[in-house]
Design a protein around this ligand. Structure first.
Ligand code: AMP
Ligand code: ZN
Ligand code: FE
Ligand code: FE
Length: 288
C-alpha cells in the first residue's frame, strides 16, 4: 500500500477541506496520509475525525519555511501534536509574520498600480492561512495575469517586485523545537534547498548533523531516477526517505492525492520509519 505525506487543505493554501483530502486518500487506497498545512495544525482535528471514519491513518504535520545556510527552505514536521508543545507555541509568531508579510505584498502590488485589497485575498483563502497562491488567484481573477504561474513569475516569486520576506525560524531552532515537541523534522522537496543536485550530499550531511531526520525523496515532481537517487542518499546518511504529492487542490491542478502526476507511490514502510524516529525523541512537555 502507498501513503501520501505532503498535503495542503483549505487551512492553508489548498482548496479542499481536510475531510475531503482524507476521503480522497481513502479512495486512492492509501494506508496513511499526513496533513501538512503551512504554519498551522488547524485542520488536524477535522482530518483525524475523517480518518477514523474512513479507516485510514492520519499523521499530524505542518510545513514551515525556515532559514538555512544556503537560503530559505521548507521543513516538514511529522507527528506534531495539535494538543500543544514548544514548536506549536511558536507557530503563532510565524503566522503573525505571515500576516504582516501579506499586508506588505498587497501594498507592493498597489504601488505597482494594481487595484487589490487584503480583504479580496483573505476571501480567496476562505478559512485558512493566507498565502501567495491566494494572491495569485486574485490576480488571475482580475485579469492582471493569465494564470497562477505567471502571477509568481511576474510578481510573487523570490526576487520579483511584490515579493517580501517573512519571519522564519532558523532551521536549527526549528529542528530543536520540533524534537522537543516529539516531532520528526524532514527536508521538503530538496530542489528548493538553493543548491544544485551535485551539492545535495554535502548539504544533507550538514542537515542530518543538525538533527533533520528525513528527506522528501519521493516527491511528485521528481523523475523516478531523482527519487531513487535521493532515497539512496537518505539511506546512506541515516535519514528517512519520505514522500508525498504536495497536493494543493485547484492551485496545483495536475496533482492528485496519493499518485501525484500519476506515477507516485510512496512506500508505506516510511510510516514505520517515522514512528520509529519519533519513538527515539524525548517527549518534552507534550501531552498526547
Ligand atoms: P507562502 O507560504 O505564502 O510564501 O506561499 C508559498 C506557496 O506558494 C508554496 O507552498 C507553493 O504552494 C506556492 N508557490 C511558491 N512558488 C511558486 C511558483 N513559482 N509557482 C507556483 N506556486 C508557487
Ligand atoms: Zn503551499
Ligand atoms: Fe513546500
Ligand atoms: Fe507543500
Amino acid at each position: 500500500m502507498a501513503v501520501d505525506l505532503h498535503l495542503h487543505s483549505t487551512r492553508s493554501d489548498g482548496t479542499d477541506r481536510p475531510a475531503a483530502i482524507v476521503a480522497a486518500g481513502a479512495a486512492a487506497g492509501l494506508a496513511a496520509i499526513a496533513l501538512t498545512d503551512h504554519d498551522t495544525l488547524d485542520g488536524i482535528a477535522e482530518a483525524e475525525e475523517a480518518a477514523a471514519r474512513h479507516g485510514i491513518r492520519l499523521i499530524p504535520g505542518t510545513e514551515l519555511s525556515v532559514d538555512g545556510d544556503e537560503g530559505p527552505f521548507h521543513l516538514l514536521v511529522y507527528h506534531l501534536s495539535p494538543r500543544g508543545g514548544p514548536l506549536q507555541n511558536r507557530l503563532r509568531d510565524i503566522r503573525q509574520g505571515r500576516h504582516e508579510r501579506n499586508l506588505r505584498i498587497v501594498l507592493a502590488l498597489r504601488n505597482l498600480g494594481i487595484e487589490i485589497t487584503y480583504d479580496e485575498i483573505a476571501a480567496e483563502a476562505v478559512e485558512g492561512q493566507v498565502g501567495r497562491p491566494h494572491v495569485a488567484a486574485v490576480l488571475v481573477r482580475k485579469g492582471v495575469v493569465p494564470d497562477l504561474a505567471t502571477a509568481f513569475d511576474r510578481y510573487l516569486a523570490r526576487g520579483r517586485p511584490a515579493y517580501d520576506e517573512r519571519y522564519r525560524l532558523d532551521h536549527r531552532e526549528a529542528v530543536s523545537l520540533a524534537v522537543a515537541s516529539g516531532a520528526v523534522p524532514v527536508v521538503a522537496h530538496p530542489h528548493t534547498l538553493g543548491v544544485t543536485a551535485a551539492d545535495y550530499e554535502r548539504v544533507l550531511t550538514g542537515l542530518a548533523a543538525d538533527g533533520v531526520m528525513g528527506v522528501e525523496a519521493h516527491y511528485a515532481d521528481y523523475a523516478p531516477e531523482v527519487r531513487r537517487h535521493l532515497a539512496r542518499l537518505a539511506a546512506s546518511l541515516g535519514m528517512i526517505a519520505t514522500g508525498g504529492s504536495d497536493y494543493h487542490g485547484r492551485y496545483k491542478p495536475d496533482l492528485a492525492v496519493g499518485t501525484g502526476r500519476g506515477d507516485l507511490a510512496v512506500p508505506d514502510e516510511v510510516v514505520e520509519h517515522l514512528d520509529a524516529a519519533r519513538a527515539t525523541l524525548p517527549r518534552g512537555e507534550i501531552g498526547q
